[in-house]
Design a protein around this ligand. Structure first.
Ligand SMILES: C[S@@+](CC[C@H](N)C(=O)[O-])C[C@H]1O[C@@H](n2cnc3c(N)ncnc32)[C@H](O)[C@@H]1O
Length: 301
């Protein structure tokens, strides 16, 4: 069975126009990065820590309409389009990277990734597949000597799976450029209840994501209401999509020397910014150039 057929069985069904924007931005950066790095002395890798299957299914609006089903039937095709996921996008980038590391926790999806080796035989020996939790793997992987190595990491979770201490470990390498999908409308904003009554489990999720507890004071304000006998204090949510974005960018700035100031909001069809595509560079010397390239890519949307 070809890898394409295998991939279609376990293919991931996600994303819309915003998925396209996300992958195009990363693709453009990888091409620019590899062009610069091939002239330098470093070995450089692409690390995809939430790699998926390598494919994604594009949901077409008219997928179930009788005309599209008929047209697809006549053409001998299924009505869905199977498009490149981030792993295949990276493998097609020219100039090529020295090494590709794909991490996927889900076993079924991980098995689909195997097909990439036969699909890209010239790169097979440089593809490393890891069936593990991204946070656990990266903490160990990043904690090595980076003098002769550089990398781009793409963290593309469904939700709030990336922990702040993982981001911190990446920053500490002083060698990695990071693209990260921050769960704005899909996660954080929904957890920040209007009345501020956030249960312990949700607080811990937010602590893990931001790496500190101060987010509560940034997103809520205490209001005093005077009554005849006592002063009552109530809590009011003051967080907006914009203030959450600013807060996360400021958190990145505490550990990375260079951070793109203009993350790309990725909107769903209801105009909710589900995610922010953010960029930060860990290397002091290369950071400003990296951010200049990333900022331009993010601006062009
Ligand atoms: C949004 S999808 C990734 C899509 C992929 N980047 C692409 O463009 O094709 C997120 C993936 O992360 C995987 N995942 C979720 N939690 C994980 C974790 N802690 N470590 C590694 N992979 C994880 C999921 O199984 C899923 O395949």
């Amino acid at each position: 069975m070809t890898s394409f057929k295998l991939a279609k069985q376990g293919v991931q069904n996600f994303g819309g126009g915003w998925t396209e924007d996300k992958l195009k931005s990363v693709q453009k950066y990888l091409a620019a990065y590899a062009t610069i790095m091939q002239k330098q002395k470093f070995k450089f890798a692409y690390i995809d820590a939430f790699a998926g299957t390598g494919y994604r299914e594009q949901k077409t609006q008219d997928k179930t309409s009788s005309e599209s089903l008929l047209a697809a039937d006549l053409a001998g095709e299924e009505p869905q389009k199977f498009l490149d996921g981030s792993a295949r996008v990276a493998l097609k980038v020219e100039p090529r990277f020295d090494r590709y590391i794909f991490i996927e926790k889900n076993e079924t999806r991980f098995k689909e990734l195997e097909g990439l080796k036969s699909e890209f035989p010239d790169k097979a020996k440089d593809i490393q597949l890891i069936n593990a939790d991204a946070n656990t793997f990266l903490k160990d992987f990043c904690n090595k000597k980076w003098n002769a190595h550089r990398a781009v990491i793409f963290l593309d979770p469904y939700g709030m799976q990336v922990h702040w201490d993982t981001i911190q470990t990446i920053a500490k390498t002083k060698a990695i450029d990071l693209w990260i999908l921050f769960p704005l409308g899909s996660g954080v904003s929904r957890l920040l209840r209007r009345d501020g009554q956030i249960d312990q489990a949700m607080r811990e999720k937010l602590d893990n994501l931001f790496g500190e507890k101060d987010w509560y004071d940034a997103f809520y304000e205490k209001k005093k209401q005077q009554s005849l006998f006592t002063d009552e204090v109530s809590v009011e949510k003051v967080a907006s999509f914009k203030s959450i974005e600013k807060y996360f960018v400021s958190r990145l700035k505490t550990i990375f020397p260079s951070v793109a100031p203009n993350p790309l909001p990725l909107y769903n069809s209801k105009n909710v910014p589900l995610f922010l595509l953010c960029f930060a560079a860990a290397n002091e010397k290369g950071g400003p150039t990296a951010v200049k390239i990333a900022r331009d890519i993010l601006r062009k949307k």
